[in-house]
Structure formats: C-alpha cells, structure tokens
Design a binder for this molecule. Structure first.
Ligand code: SF4
Length: 397
C-alpha cells in the first residue's frame, strides 16, 4: 500500500504530535480537529478491538478529552466535494472541460498523476480534497460565523495516510492571506498514540457527537473512504441534479468491491455515461493506459491505496504483511463504512442541510467564484520520480 503513498515523498514526512500538543496547551489558540471518514472504522484496532469495529462516538469523545476545542468531520466536506464535483461533471459533459473527469481527493493518486501521467492533469477534477476544503472553510466561513480570528485558529486533520501531510503543505493550498488550509496532519496511528499518551481508555468512553455545522454529514460522505465510494456518492447526486428526481435505489453496488478496476454505466439525461473505478497505482496505470489506447470513459475514480483510504499507509497495520489477511481487513473495514451509510437518515450529499446552508449563506452556488476561490485548486507536472527514491520507498515497506 505504501508505495502508493510514497510517490508523494510521504515516507520522509515527519509527525506533528509535539506541535499539536503545544497548540492544544496554548490558551491563545483555538484548535479545530477534523477526522476523515476512514478513521472511525480503523482506530479501534489500535486499542485491540476487532477489525471493522465502528468507534465514531468514542473517537469524538477521545479527541475532546485530549483537548481539541472543536471536533468536525471531514465527511461534511466530502458531501461538499460531491456537490462541486457533480456540477463539474455536468459542465464537462456540456463541453466545458476535458473528459473523462477524474477524481482528485486522493493526494497519493494526484501526485502519482503529476509525476507519471501529466497528460491527464487537465482531466483531474479541480476540487480540493475534503481535508483541504474543510480546513479552508474553518478559517473563512466558520471563523466569520463565530467571530473568531483566523490567525488564532489551528487546524488539525486526522487522516489515513502520510500523503495528506504532503498535500497540506502544497503551496497551491495556501490562501491569499498566506494561511495553510490545514496546519497539521496526524495519521490514525499517531492520533492513537496521543490518545494513549493522554491515558484515555477508548473502549470505555461514552459516545460524543461532532460539532456543528461542519460536523454534519450524510452517508455519501462516509463511503468516500472505500474504493468506489466517491463514484457512488457522485452518481447519487449527479442523477438527482440531471433527472430532477432521486435514483430509485440509493446503493450503486456496481462500483463497490475490491476488484482492481471496476466498470459501470449510468443513464443520465438520455445518454449513457461510462464509469470506471481503480485503486492502487498498478490498477491506475492499467486504466490510464487503456484510455491512452482509445478506451472512452466519462468519469473515473482513482484512489492511491489498495482498497482506498481504509487501506491507507497511516492506518493500523493491515494483516501484519500477509496479503490475504490484509485483503480481509480491507473488506471488513469497507463493510463497516457501508453499515454506517445504511444507518444514516440522509444518504445523498445534496440532502446535507449544513451544506445547503453554506451555499445559501456564503458560497452562493456550486462552482461560484467564491466556491472556486476556496474549494478548488490547480496541479503541477513534476517530471518522473527518481527511480532511486521509489526503490528506497519499496525497501522501507
Ligand atoms: Fe491517502 Fe486515501 Fe489517497 Fe491512500 S487513497 S493516498 S489513504 S487519500
């Protein structure tokens, strides 16, 4: 899994536990943490719970006990990403931009594309990843709403991979005022270490709830963490936007599962859209080479890690290096995510009341100038990654 996060240089990234403790202890700082959807189904493993245990409420309580002032959910921003990306897809289908549209929420995949497939950079969705969208909103929308000084806000993200640390430091993701969207990224394993350092027994904690409004999310935001989840969430919303009614079935199971490349079709506005999902760089290469050889698609979801974020390099170690066991772990973690989605009252991103309010109060509409300024980004061709570095990454893992 880590060769994927490692084309990003992530193996050389450092941990920020000390800096985060310092920010928490500083009375002049307000520290806002967000947790990626994958964390709630993997954190429990670090504390001896069975693979696939859902610990959402306990995780929120642990983060409050640690001392974070506000606990938001990256799932909110995943819903928002879907709103922006579904509109982007519809624009491109009308001829405004390159097809296929390719998802951009996995920094491992994005950096791989920048190094090895720069010819596809114009196909990448311009949407920032949910981590970055949430960070940007905390320092703008939330700060304004709550009358907080953005300079005093520290944004921390608990993420499934080290590639997110690289992403948070990208110069493209620094605001006009010179502020990073996300100040510090902690992996699942690192936040587990902080929980242990604080002497907290995760298993015995009462369930807590995310803060509002940026902690409100639908099931669509949850499934982002499994390969195929972004595609499924996007189709749920794109269908409603174009057809003016909801899909008869919320689940779009054709894109689920762990096969390397999965193909599906959906009928929108009288035309058939060809979709493809790939996870892991080997499968990404397979798919992109097919496209270069003439295969036609309208929308691709590509995730850097096998299984998507549930298999990220910062997660609890998958099956102690045993391939079949690792696959079993990924399956159980994905099942846990789909079980959360199934239980959510709202399962489509466009139903998220907090996202709707954000558009009403602040952004106007998807792809507005303000949305583009805060929620969209650009990419950079980087030249092929030095072979020596890639081999070193492989050796370390
Ligand atoms: Fe990180 Fe998820 Fe992408 Fe892996 S798939 S590099 S965990 S964002």
């Amino acid at each position: 899994q880590c060769l994927m996060s490692c084309p990003t240089g992530a193996l050389t990234e450092r941990e920020y536990i000390h800096e985060v403790w310092k920010a928490i202890d500083d009375p002049d700082r307000q520290v806002v943490v967000q947790t990626a959807p994958a964390i709630q189904v993997t954190l429990g493993e670090e504390f001896g719970m069975p693979v696939g245990t859902v610990v959402t409420g306990k995780m929120v309580s642990a983060l409050r006990r640690i001392g974070f002032d506000t606990v938001f959910s990256t799932e909110f921003a995943a819903d928002l990403t879907i709103m922006e990306e579904a509109h982007e897809l519809l624009e491109r289908l009308e001829g405004k931009g390159d097809l296929p549209l390719i998802s951009s929420c996995s920094p491992g995949w994005v950096k791989f594309c920048e190094h090895y497939y720069p010819e596809f950079l114009d196909n990448l969705s311009t949407c920032k990843s949910p981590q970055e969208m949430l960070g940007a909103l905390v320092k703008s929308y939330y700060a304004e709403k709550e009358g907080l000084d953005p300079a005093r806000l520290v944004t921390v993200a608990v993420m499934p991979c080290t590639a997110k640390k690289f992403e948070a430091a990208r110069p493209e993701l620094v605001s006009r005022e010179g502020r990073r969207d996300v100040d510090f990224v902690l992996t699942t394993r690192e936040v587990a270490r902080m929980i242990r350092q604080a002497g907290i027994d995760l298993e015995t904690l009462e369930d807590g709830e995310f803060d509002r409004p940026l902690g409100i999310a639908t099931g669509a935001g949850v499934i982002f963490a499994a390969t195929g989840g972004v595609m499924e969430a996007a189709i749920r919303t794109a269908y409603a936007l174009t057809e003016g009614e909801e899909m008869a079935r919320v689940d779009f199971k054709a894109v689920r599962g762990l096969n390397g490349v999965r193909l599906a079709e959906v009928h929108l506005r009288g035309r058939t859209l060809k979709l493809a999902v790939a996870h892991g760089t080997r499968n990404a290469r397979r798919l992109l080479e097919q496209i270069k050889a003439g295969a036609e698609y309208h929308f691709l979801e590509i995730m850097g890690c096998p299984g998507g974020c549930i298999g990220g390099g910062g997660q609890p170690i998958l099956g102690a290096g045993r391939r079949e066991l690792a696959q079993e772990y990924r399956r159980k973690r994905a099942e846990a995510l789909y079980s959360i989605d199934l239980k959510r009252e709202l399962r489509r991103a466009h139903e998220n009341p907090a996202v709707r309010k954000l558009y009403e109060e602040y952004l106007g509409h998807p792809l507005s100038d303000k949305a583009k300024e805060l929620l969209h980004t650009t990419y950079t061709p980087r030249g092929r990654y030095p072979r020596r570095r890639t081999e070193e990454a492989a050796r370390l893992h």
